[in-house]
Design a protein around this ligand. Sequence first.
Ligand code: NAD
Length: 257
Amino acid sequence: MTLSGKTAIITGSNSGIGLGIARELARAGADVVLNSFTDSEADHALAAGIAEEFGVKARYIRADMSKGAECRALIEQAGGCQILVNNAGIQHVAPIDEFPQDKWDAIIAINMNSAFHTMAAALPHMRRAGWGRIVNVASAHGLTASPYKSAYIAAKHGVVGMSKTVALETAEEAITCNAICPGYVLTPLVEAQIPDTMKEYDMSRDEVVRNVMLARQPSKEFATVEQIGGTAVFLCSDAAAQITGTTISVDGGWTAL
Ligand code: NAD
């Protein structure tokens, strides 16, 4: 299946899942726009590397997803898109009565409000193109809860609800809007936490992975960024044209429990 001729904007894509999704969309032929809030040589080099590896157009545009105007400017600076992936996200863990207001505001802004702004800005371009795919990266925490993650869980549930609403608003057009709900995904950040956790609990790597990190993931295996990217590519395919307003869990059975 080819996405050639389609432009995809992936927010928060200079690392982890966003970069994995950008790479899989590029592998499927899409031109890609990478994004984060930094503007380093390494950011631009990532885009150049993708262009060379997959023979597509790729560029990097700096925009801070905590700011509504910058979210909208990202879409306009890219000249619009047919594929929009809202992936930028951060986390903070604290009981609700100790949750810092600035962390709450940042999580709601980056993990949820940014999707409102980018979707609002991208939809007119998709309508003009007569085709569009919106893929929002939510989480198993968009469907279930855990203690101490009130802002993250509120934001991710919000993203799931917003995805359903946009799907209904675009239902009679060739535009779909869905949310991917990953369980624990092995990203460089997650990998980097393993040695400290091994020390903290005096456990082997395997014990940390099985009993701490993947305690709630029945498969006892991390999902990979390639699998999340492949799911995004599927949602952009013709086979998924009637899949809209729903969630796809990539969580090793977490939400089946
Ligand atoms: P990550 O930290 O590697 O990636 C987050 C990305 O968002 C980075 O590219 C970062 O630069 C970007 N970002 C952060 N703040 C930003 C801002 N203000 N403006 C623009 N970009 C910003 O983490 P990840 O694990 O790849 O997470 C990506 C998404 O997947 C997040 O929405 C996260 O909630 C979700 N998710 C991750 C997991 C997991 O296990 N890793 C599980 C479920 C959902």
